[in-house]
Design a protein. Structure first.
Length: 338
């Protein structure tokens, strides 16, 4: 079993700045939720950029906006079939991903984390992949389908819509939700970005009719729908979570043995959540575009990735049902003390 550490994060503003290795460890969310490629490649490079941006006074949200331009430009490059444009697309998407790592690390190390930054970060990733999927559709449009003389045309559009909207989007959002749940049980509310529809809906409603808060309300309105989608797909977790809050009041008051039992079941699912996020998809896009068969990526998204998604979802819901059955019953008022 992997031993998880809860690092008390040093910040970049301290007078005696910690070593690069210490800062790197502090910038990780947790050992369980970080991918091998990120730990040994993306995060160190991202931290080097974070230190540079911090010296220049650049904010995390500015870096996120830069990543949008890089990611969309990468999508444009994948429209072309020649190797040079595709290699440029790979480089641009890697730079966008470095920026994505940098903004999160800089936010954590400078205590600039915010819900808006998290939403903007997700929006940036959506724009990258929208540009990439659109580029793949336009690239395939006039190409013949394998083994036939018929061109892809609208078949490419339909395949990309199923891959992107029906498959990719729910896979990524639920993977993110499960990682935040894991961090929630590991580090408590402060160490996780686990949010709820009820909370975001209340904020959005409180901003109705107020002047000068258009973008605030837009952020919360959009984010509440994202949270609702996650919650609707996880009924067993919602029941288990509600039970814990009723019994103990907050996650920080939940006995350690209950949290450790849940983490032991959640930990083996973390590699699946990582496979359903950026790195594996990016590698598949690189390979299939260089081989001029990006339709293979779309098919794998619809088949293999959905199978992983279904398996991950079932395992996590089973874990929550099992955890609920082993949890103490809620205390009742007026019950006799024996």
């Amino acid at each position: 079993m992997t031993k998880e550490t809860n690092i008390s994060s040093p910040t970049l503003s301290e007078s005696a700045r910690p070593s690069f290795r210490t800062l790197l460890r502090a910038s990780f969310k947790s050992d369980d939720t970080e991918e091998w490629l990120d730990i040994h490649f993306t995060r160190p490079i991202g931290l080097a950029f974070a230190l540079l941006w911090h010296r220049l006074g650049v904010t995390p949200n500015t870096i996120t906006i830069l990543s949008i331009f890089l990611g969309v430009a990468a999508g444009v490059m994948f429209f072309f079939t020649d190797t040079l444009h595709n290699v440029l697309g790979i480089i641009l998407l890697m730079l966008a991903n470095f920026c994505d790592s940098t903004d999160g690390q800089l936010a954590r190390l400078t205590n600039q984390r915010s819900m808006k930054g998290r939403c903007l970060d997700g929006f940036a990733g959506d724009l990258w992949f929208f540009a990439i999927y659109l580029a793949i559709v336009l690239r395939l449009w006039s190409q013949p389908m394998p083994g036939t003389t018929e061109v892809w045309g609208f078949w490419a559009l339909g395949l990309a819509a199923i891959a992107g909207i029906i498959s990719h989007s729910p896979q990524s959002s639920l993977s993110d939700y499960y990682r935040q749940i894991h961090l929630y049980f590991l580090k408590g509310k402060e160490g996780s970005e686990l949010d709820s529809y009820a909370k975001e809906h209340a904020i959005a409603e409180s901003l109705k009719g107020r002047k000068g808060v258009f973008w605030d309300r837009a952020f919360h309105s959009n984010y509440q729908n994202y949270c609702r989608s996650q919650e609707r797909r996880t009924p067993a977790f919602q029941q288990f979570h509600a039970h814990l809050l009723e019994q103990y009041g907050s996650i920080d008051q939940v006995p350690q043995d209950i949290k450790q039992r849940f983490l032991a079941g959640s930990r083996p699912l973390m590699p699946l959540t990582n496979l359903l996020t950026f790195n594996s998809r990016a590698i598949l896009i690189y390979v299939t575009c260089l081989l001029n068969c990006p339709w293979v990526y779309l098919l794998l998204e619809i088949t293999l990735y959905n199978l992983m998604y279904i398996y991950m979802h079932k395992r996590h819901e089973d874990l929550c049902r099992s955890s609920l059955s082993h949890s103490p019953s809620p205390k009742r008022e007026g019950s006799e003390q024996r």
